[in-house]
Design a protein around this ligand. Structure first.
Ligand code: MLT
Length: 242
């Protein structure tokens, strides 16, 4: 099993993903919010790259079953139903809803990967479930960190490194690119203080400054939501146990 890792998704074109298995990670907060929404009963999440597309796609669906969701600069987009805090995606709010979701980095990484063979959405909250799936799949895969505005961000890379670490502990025979190897080393140096790493990250400090401090704990909690969201034909749904 060969593992590659992109520290952000810029610089790849859609053809890069063709026939690859992809794990998309946006710990703060797109992955975590999408995983929360689906676990709380949302019918599906449709990630789109731009606000304009979110409006267009949602207008083509029935109004009472659709929520327009997402953020720019971490804040709810004017006229949208929900922002990007996982706490907004409660069962009361999202059950049976189709969620049209756009965020600065996370939804972009998901849309970019649309030609991939399999696409899984991962965060700390569902990491063991994702690794179990990868182990059963037993094929090469690429971890795509959403990053922050075309740059590296530590929390996504550490989460990618944790996937590699758990696979190693499961005695999977893996080879890695330099980037995947670096992510694994980074994880090992932060594994005893994941929450501190998230809290002190660039985006963690930014989210705290705009009032979302409690999201950090939720996003850094390992295995709190053990579900497997997969993207098929541009739509994220939970994969049920077979
Ligand atoms: C993103 O996609 O850039 C993030 O999820 C931003 C955020 O924390 O809302």
């Amino acid at each position: 099993m060969h593992i590659d890792l992109l520290m952000n998704s810029s610089g790849t074109n859609e053809l890069f993903y063709r026939d690859k298995n992809v794990v998309v990670i946006d710990v703060l907060r797109a992955s975590t919010s999408i995983i929360t929404a689906l676990n709380n009963g949302a019918r599906e999440v449709i990630p789109v790259a731009s606000v304009e597309n979110a409006v267009k796609v949602s207008s083509s669906l029935f109004g009472d079953v659709v929520l327009r969701c997402g953020e720019r600069e971490g804040k709810i987009i004017p006229g949208f139903n929900l922002g990007n805090s996982p706490f907004e995606y409660s069962a009361d709010t999202v059950t049976n809803k189709s969620i049209i979701f756009t965020s600065t980095n996370g939804s972009l990484a998901m849309v970019n990967a649309k030609f991939a063979r399999k696409i899984v959405v991962a965060g700390f909250v569902n990491i063991t479930t994702v690794v179990k799936y990868l182990k059963e799949l037993n094929e090469d895969f690429v971890i795509v960190c959403a990053g922050k505005e075309h740059h590296f961000c530590i929390e996504d890379t550490v989460c990618g490194g944790m996937i590699i670490d758990i696979l190693e502990k499961n005695e999977m025979d893996t080879t890695r690119t330099d980037a995947a190897q670096a992510a694994h080393i980074l994880y090992k140096s932060f594994k005893r203080s994941l929450f501190k790493m998230v809290r002190e990250s660039d985006h963690g400090r930014y989210l705290k400054s705009i009032g979302f401090e409690k999201d950090l704990k939720a996003c850094a909690t390992v295995d709190s939501i053990p579900v497997l969201p997969m993207i098929d034909k541009g739509v994220v749904k939970l994969k049920r146990e077979e």
